[in-house]
Design a protein around this ligand. Sequence first.
Ligand code: NAP
Length: 484
Amino acid sequence: MSVPSSAVGTAQIGVTGLAVMGRNLARNFARHGYTVAVHNRTFARTQSLVADHAADGTFVPSESMADFVASLERPRKVVIMVQAGAPTDAVIAELVPLLEPGDIVVDAGNAHFPDTVRREAALREAGLHFVGTGVSGGEEGALNGPSIMPGGTAESYASLGPILEAISAKVDGVPCCTHVGPDGAGHFVKMVHNGIEYADMQLIAEAYDLLRAGLGATAPEIGEVFAAWNTGDLESYLIEVTAEVLSHTDAATGRPFVDVVADAAEQKGTGRWTVQNGLDLGVPITGIAEATFARALSGSAPQRAAARGVLPADTLEWNVPDPGAFIEDVRLALYASKVVAYSQGFDQIAAASAQHGWDIDRGAMARIWRGGCIIRARFLDRITQAYERDAHLPLLLADPYFTAAVANGVAAWRRVVAAAAVHGVPTPAFSSSLAYYDGVRAERLPANLIQAQRDFFGAHTYRRTDRDGTFHTDWSGDRAEQTW
Ligand code: NAP
């Protein structure tokens, strides 16, 4: 089938890759009045989209990539929504020879940002704009309004941006989409978004575990606590989801649903990339890293089997005298730990932005995460306001609002982490967040000793607190200090 001549050059945007995400994005474009060219490697998917969803608007289906490209108005805007990695490269290779300078290729899949940097450079050589775009919110978001994080040139955003903003989620009338920065910036920010999502979920899981262990509360009882928390500072999609999941009953057994779900989670893709990148940049994203490792531990079946019932706990029975006060302590500890996780994630964005020259506006990132995506939360308004007060804020925790908000819960945070340790409940994200808080606020860290040790065994030199310069002590000789 070739595209009818009446349809040549009529579509304002095209989507290739019509599995669940591409299909829903195409429908979202159509519902917003755009004429949408649609294409998929396996034509049956294209046909079923058009057959099932004609009511959404105007689709121009094509079986071949050449017809698909021909159906687009110039400059062409093509959204690729296929599996990340080699499939994306295969689609780009097929598409590029059919395009002309000035056309815009949008990769809306979950690409790793170095791939986006590479592809952008290659397509720029051909005179094409390549826009690596983070899309968050899963299939529901793709259909009804995702959070969209496009990279690429400002020039490409000028024509593409209004279309993406139209289909994005809106909060208080403001689109959850903005130009993030050049080449890989969009996919980078999406990666960190997912890393923060890992941390947020782990913190919530630890809060649940503490309430279970400390109070002996049932899943539905804990669900009620989360539902109440969702009316305050912690209000967010993830807290809301948690309340719903905890109150759900398994139809097969009549037991609380979470009690029949296996306790082994996976870590792959964006969580792992975020941690690897944190190490590359030297940014301590301990909340995200602990969350990723906690998933890895949960899936370490042989190690857990070897340890379960064997390693002594040496814990005391946990009798919480005032359940209401304990619940409030856990809430405050959760909030403070969450602020740390976000503070670290925004540090990572700042460091990468500086390294790549992306000039990312962190306040704008918090703003476009307020709707459509998994970490959507009212709390993000506070982050936007913090970066509006100071665009170069070196530490989100040090913004006056967040300093005061965390100060309010520091004593509770310490009680919770201490109780978890005494009673043998693993809280890697709560504990590491508190350790980060104490580390970053410390007058003096024990890195002085690390430096002295390194100089002793490797002549790595050290700096002094009392004068400038680089020094080495002759440890194996007369221990005289030399200036290097
Ligand atoms: P997917 O399962 O990741 O990919 C399936 C699609 O890729 C199909 O259209 C398939 O075509 C196409 N494809 C695979 N290999 C191909 C190749 N070599 N050449 C051409 N097409 C190829 O689909 P998805 O779940 O809709 O996700 C699409 C993208 O969005 C992915 O990058 C994913 O990571 C990202 N994403 C997904 C979600 C989500 O919640 N699912 C959320 C955000 C982002 P055929 O029909 O011919 O097999």
